[in-house]
Ligand binder design. Structure first.
Ligand code: CU1
Length: 581
């Protein structure tokens, strides 16, 4: 994909107002001495304790995993172009969809926002120098690498064909490398627990004076709620996988009926983690969207406390609904009814967020920069994902839709339309802060548009297929399903193209982008008060802690052609106010 060399890479390019126009090279706020060049050499990165560098290393890691998982997704869609064999055998196909799911869930989505973006942003946004335990932070990263290595070994040791859920009894009998993969997930679990623990302690102990709980940006509330789930739920998965590995290697009966075990027990244990894990994957995305919607609507976030409390509510309610994955596994009607009711109740805090975002945008001065395009895309796609969840949470319709493509589509609307799109929005939002470089906003928007259209083309047909009875994970299908499968496959390759455009835009900015100002978007949270990229210790001067959404206090200064906090104008000059609240 060739990207035309633009003449200007500044934030405000193609923006509606001239005040948001280009920032000249080397604007105020660009730090010549920053975390990227503070120390030099490969070793200075490998043993770094700087949360920003660890975040960047995570970013490289999770993006590599995303590329690998994406390749398997395209192989799955290519195979489904025709019924029966298109490119590979049924056995290979089972490996493809398993590896796609396992890599995407464990190596990409779970660490993407918290460990990569969160590591970089959380301390700076909080006004802290680093996380509470920098050494444990580095250890988390190396645990992630260890887990990734076990996944790579799995690929070369007979691969894995159980589905990412490792359901028994098949996972105790398949010839593929189940124990190697389980070891990988087990190690990744510890990486996730350590990151969560670190963030909880950081939020409790590292807040600067004035940063009260209800002055914390909503991204921090979301990361905090996510961390609680990571610490409380992940050990259950670890123990479950350990039991499965023991059963597989020693034949001690836990889950497999052939050894006297109970397979439904595995499903209970697995989903006791994996439903909350869905919130590990989506809650940080909610946090990003709250920041983007407020900043790019130039308005104070609507319903701050409701959004903050709803994150905590989702984290707690998320632990009570795991049974909705097993309505057809032989559960009593009473239990199924209770799980269904609780499932509906967890949709309330999610809906609260969506309504508050819409209310924030109402009468806002909306700036359609690349991150905002991803945020709007998120609201649309996540809402479809959420609403189709109601069909699956309702007992009667779930019997029909269970294990069909409807579930596949619902899950991807939440995980890709939700988590991935929010991740991309956050990446485009914080990219100038992380790298000190501005990207081409026009091509960024094009990537957001392609991703949005291609995503719907890929997954909307799957709702239709699922409703008509196409089961998930099947290699073969009846000829009447071929049309929608082909539409979906075309969409998937377009989606790959859209993501490639996004990647080219970002990489291109590293090579040719203009230097970023401290606050290219005019946001009011603390990470924009330090220079871009931030200095080694984040802040040269203690940041001014205030309302994180008081966008009327961030004004455009035409003399320096960048945004500034209003408090900085102490010389009596009247700054031009562009923020409308
Ligand atoms: Cu669930």
């Amino acid at each position: 994909m060739a990207v035309e060399t633009p003449t200007d890479y500044a934030a405000g390019e193609a923006a509606p107002s001239p005040e948001r126009a280009a920032v000249p090279a080397g604007p105020p706020g660009y730090a010549e001495d920053n975390y990227l060049n503070h120390t030099k050499g490969l070793m200075s990165w490998l043993v770094t304790l700087d949360h920003k560098r660890i975040g960047m290393m995570y970013l490289v890691g999770v993006m590599s995993a995303f590329l690998l998982g994406g390749i398997f997704a395209l192989l799955v869609r290519a195979e489904l172009w025709t019924p029966g064999e298109t490119i590979v055998t049924a056995e290979t196909y089972n490996r493809f969809f398993t590896l796609h799911g396992a890599i995407m869930v464990f190596l990409f989505i779970i660490p993407s926002v918290p460990a990569a973006l969160g590591n970089f942003v959380l301390p700076v946004m909080l006004g802290a120098k680093d996380v509470a335990f920098p050494r444990m932070n580095l250890a988390s990263f190396y645990l992630w690498c260890g887990g990734a290595i076990f996944f790579l070994i799995t690929l070369f040791r007979g691969s894995l064909d159980t589905g990412w859920t490792f359901y028994v009894p098949y996972s105790t009998s398949t010839e593929t490398a189940v124990v190697t993969a389980l070891t990988g997930v087990f190690i990744l679990g510890f990486s996730s627990i350590f990151t969560g623990l670190n963030f909880i302690v950081t939020v409790h102990t590292m807040r600067p004076p004035g940063m009260e709980w209800f002055k914390m940006p909503l991204f921090l509330w979301a990361i905090y709620a996510t961390s609680i789930i990571q610490v409380l739920a992940t050990p259950v998965l670890a123990v479950t996988l350990l039991l499965l590995a023991v059963e597989r290697t020693t034949g001690i009966g836990v889950f497999d009926p052939a050894y006297g075990g109970d397979p439904v027990l595995f499903q209970h244990f697995f989903w006791f983690y994996s439903h909350p894990a869905v919130y590990i994957m989506i809650l940080p995305g909610f946090g990003i969207i709250s920041e983007l919607i407020s900043t790019f609507s130039r308005k104070h976030i609507f319903g701050y406390r409701f959004i903050a409390y709803s994150s905590i509510a989702i984290a707690l309610f998320g632990f009570l609904v795991w049974g909705h994955h097993m309505f057809t596994s032989g559960m009593s009607t009473v239990a199924a009814f209770v799980f269904s009711l609780l499932t509906f109740s967890v949709s309330i805090p999610s809906a609260i967020k969506v309504f508050n975002w819409l209310a924030t945008m109402y009468k806002g001065n909306i700036w359609l920069a690349t991150p905002m395009c991803y945020a709007l895309s998120f609201i649309f796609l996540f809402t479809i994902g959420g609403l189709t969840g109601l069909h699956l949470g309702a007992l009667a319709t779930d019997i029909h839709l269970h294990d069909s493509y409807f579930v596949v589509s619902h899950f991807h609307y939440v995980m890709v339309g939700g988590s991935l799109v929010a991740f991309l929005g956050g990446l485009f939002y914080w990219w100038p802060k992380m790298t000190g470089k501005m990207y081409n906003d026009f091509w960024g928007k094009i990537s957001a548009l392609i991703v949005f259209l291609a995503f719907n083309l890929t997954f909307f047909p799957q709702f239709i297929l699922g409703t008509k009875g196409m089961p998930r994970r099947y290699y073969n299908y009846v000829p009447e399903f071929q049309f929608w499968h082909q539409v979906s496959t075309v969409g998937a390759f377009m989606l790959g193209g859209g993501l490639l455009v996004a990647a080219v835009v970002l990489v291109h900015s590293l090579l040719r982008g203009k230097k970023a100002p401290a606050n290219p978007w005019g946001a009011a949270t603390l990470e924009w008060q330090c220079s871009s990229p931030p200095p080694h210790n984040n802040f040269d001067h203690p940041p001014t802690v205030g309302d994180p959404y008081a966008l009327n206090r961030v004004v455009y200064d035409p003399d320096t052609r960048s945004y500034r906090q209003i408090d900085e104008f102490s010389n009596g000059g009247t700054p031009q106010q562009t923020a409308k609240v």
